[in-house]
Each structure stands twice: as structure tokens, then as C-alpha cells.
Design a protein around this ligand. Structure first.
Ligand SMILES: O=C(O)CCC(=O)C(=O)O
Length: 365
């Protein structure tokens, strides 16, 4: 069975329904699904928040009750919403159709980093053995999980706060657990790809994804994390998509109207897409351009199409993401990056900072 599919409104206000089609809202404009869920949750119990399409700028908010959708539409449509980065949302009712989501959206999926051709992205297959995988899974399962809307997480070293997309460097949780030591030792091998790769990592996030759950497109906040990002896949496979958004999508809300952004987003050529297959036990390194200039994204699929095969996600996928928390003042790691890469990276970062500032303003006020 696929994920539910919702129809785009045909025009007019549409029939009342518990499902809302919300435009100018989504990960590509700096709003995470958790953030959207929490704002819409003010008007009633939300069943789920789904990407309406591949743009990253339109979502479906699905409530249990029609009355919640009516209240949210009345209060949020066409007005700047301070809890959603001041964006003006465009909201219509949407209906759930009988169709199912396609298995894949026709982006060719590479099975190796050389085929993916994004500088700074490296994939090492069989980074751990099947026995080590089993031991790592048993070890993480001995620790308590934190429940997010769609997946479970654990944080070590420092907690990553999804509401402000940052870590509190003053709250050190302690050394990374011993179960991850063999992985940290082996990570040193990546220095052979790039001798400047920093392998002194002090933050671990464990993600557990049930089937059909992925991760919104994002660039890991670089005021929070310096250097490279490592991610070990365990238990189940998935594909990771990389997106490089074109200029229009990132126009600041102060310099562009929402309509302009919508127009640009309607054109499916507004971002480049590449994808790579991540089998269990593989280690992915995101550095340089792959780290800063491309959003990475795990599509919400139960089945991934990889070349001519359809590969079902396992009953769970667990990833161990290792990073280094930035303690000193943030400075832009420009390294060998092109000016285009620096620009998209900075814009993503400024989006994060503006969300953080708005959040602390609301908390203070
Ligand atoms: O699950 C993964 O492999 C990626 C995780 C990730 O991108 C993150 O935690 O920011």
C-alpha cells in the first residue's frame, strides 16, 4: 500500500474537507514538517503533514476533523504567520484521491558516488560487517528513544534541537557512547579521499525511520556543525536525493512577493536533482559542495526504484549521523567552493538563523 495521495485544488475554494493544500510552505522555504505540524496543531489534531509535490514549497496538512481544517484556513490563509517565518500561506481544501503515490519520481538513482558526480559526496559500501551492524542496532535499542512526529531519535554528545535547528553548546551530554568507537576509528579512512576531512566528531544523532518515512530536504546547519557529516545506514535501505535549488526559490521574503516564488516553484526545473542508493551498512560522507551547496533529502517512499529494480524499504532504517559541533564563532567555510555554492549555502543558513531569531523573540515575548 502506498502513502495517501491528495489532489491539488482545481480552483475556487473547493469543498470543505479535513485536508488542506498549503502553498508557500515547506522545507524548501525553510519550514520543517515538525514546525508546520506544530503550528497547524493549534487548530486541532493533525493526522499528518505530507509533501504535496516535489517542489518542497507545498504541503498537505491532514486533520482528523473538518472543523479543524476550517479553523486553520480561516486564521492562516493569506496572512503572514509569525510562527512560520512570517510567510503568507495560500491555503485551499484538498481531497484525498484513491490513487497511490508513484513508486519513484523518475530521478535516476546512482549506486556509487562516482556515478552521482557531486563533489564531496563519498559512499563506502560494507563499512561495517553484518555482525557489527547487529551489535550496533542492539546497542542503540538499549537507550531511550525520543519520539518525533514520524520517527524516533537519540542524541549523544549534544542534543540537536529541531525547533531552533541548532545545538546548545553549553549543554554537553557527555562523551559519545562506546558502541560507536569502532565506527569513529574507521572513519579516519575518509582522510584518504580528502586529507582536510576533520574526523574529531562529538555529536551523534541516531534516527529510526519506519517504512514510508523519509526526511525533508535540508542542509545541516553550519553555524551549528562545522566540517563534514557522516551517516551510517543500518537495518534497511533508502535512497537519498540531492537538490540544488535555483535562485528564485531562495529569494528572501523581504525582497520578493510570495506570488513570484510560487510562479518560480511551479516550474519543475527550479532545482537540479540527483539520487544515490544507500544500502544497509554503507557510510556516506557529505563534505564540500555536497555538504554546503546541495540539500539532501530522503523521499517518503515505501519502495524505491533503483535502475530496473523496485527495492522495498525494510521494517526500519536506522542511521547514525556523526558531526562536529561548532564551538567558536561561526565563520563561513568557503574552502574550494564556487561562489554559487557559497551563495546557496549562505542563504540556507540565513533562513535557519532567521527562524532561530524569530523563535527566541517569541519565547522571550
Ligand atoms: O538518515 C540519514 O542518513 C540522514 C540523516 C540526516 O540527514 C540528518 O540527521 O540530518
Amino acid at each position: 500500500m502506498g502513502l495517501p495521495r491528495f489532489t491539488r485544488p482545481k480552483g475556487g475554494d473547493g469543498e470543505s474537507s479535513p485536508n488542506l493544500y498549503v502553498a508557500n510552505c515547506g522545507p524548501a522555504v525553510g519550514l520543517s514538517f515538525d514546525n508546520i505540524m506544530s503550528v497547524f496543531g493549534t487548530y486541532g489534531e493533525v493526522r499528518g503533514v505530507y509533501a504535496a509535490d516535489e517542489s518542497g514549497t507545498r504541503v498537505i496538512v491532514s486533520y482528523h476533523e473538518d472543523s479543524s481544517a476550517q479553523a486553520a484556513l480561516r486564521e492562516l490563509d493569506g496572512r503572514p504567520c509569525s510562527d512560520l517565518g512570517g510567510r503568507s500561506l495560500h491555503i485551499r481544501y484538498s481531497a484525498q484521491s484513491l490513487g497511490k503515490v508513484k513508486v519513484n519520481d523518475a530521478v535516476p538513482v546512482s549506486t556509487s558516488d562516482s556515478d552521482l558526480k557531486i563533489p564531496g559526496v563519498y559512499l563506502v559500501h560494507d563499512f561495517v560487517t553484518a555482525k557489527e551492524e547487529e551489535e550496533l542496532l542492539a546497542a542503540v535499542d538499549c537507550w531511550p528513544w525520543q519520539h518525533l512526529a514520524k520517527r524516533r531519535v537519540q542524541h549523544y554528545g549534544y542534543e540537536f534541537r529541531y525547533d531552533i535547528r541548532n545545538v546548545n553548546t553549553k549543554q554537553y551530554l557527555g562523551d559519545l557512547p562506546s558502541f560507536v568507537s569502532p565506527v569513529l576509528d574507521r572513519i579516519k579512512m575518509f582522510q584518504k579521499f580528502d586529507s582536510s576531512t576533520d574526523v574529531c566528531l562529538d555529536q551523534l544523532t541516531v534516527n529510526e525511520y519506519p517504512p514510508g518515512v523519509g526526511l525533508s530536504p535540508h542542509i545541516d546547519t553550519h553555524s551549528a556543525f562545522e566540517g563534514s557529516i557522516f551517516s551510517l545506514s543500518l537495518a534497511g535501505p533508502c535512497i537519498m536525493e540531492f537538490r540544488q535549488y535555483s535562485k528564485g526559490v531562495w529569494l528572501s521574503r523581504h525582497t520578493s512577493s510570495c506570488d513570484t516564488e510560487e510562479q518560480i516553484c511551479d516550474n519543475s526545473s527550479n532545482f537540479l536533482r540527483r539520487a544515490i542508493y544507500l544500502p544497509p551498512r554503507s557510510m556516506l560522507l557529505l563534505s564540500g559542495e555536497g555538504r554546503y551547496a546541495w540539500h539532501h533529502y530522503i523521499p517518503h517512499h515505501k519502495v524505491d526504484k533503483v535502475n530496473d529494480s523496485e527495492i522495498r524499504r525494510g521494517s526500519r532504517r536506522v542511521s547514525l549521523t556523526l558531526r562536529k559541533v561548532r564551538k567558536a564563532l561561526w565563520r563561513v567555510d568557503t574552502g574550494n567552493l564556487s561562489s554559487k555554492s557559497i551563495r546557496s549555502s549562505l542563504v540556507a543558513e540565513l533562513r535557519s538563523i532567521s527562524l532561530i531569531m524569530e523563535k527566541s523573540y517569541c519565547d522571550d515575548g
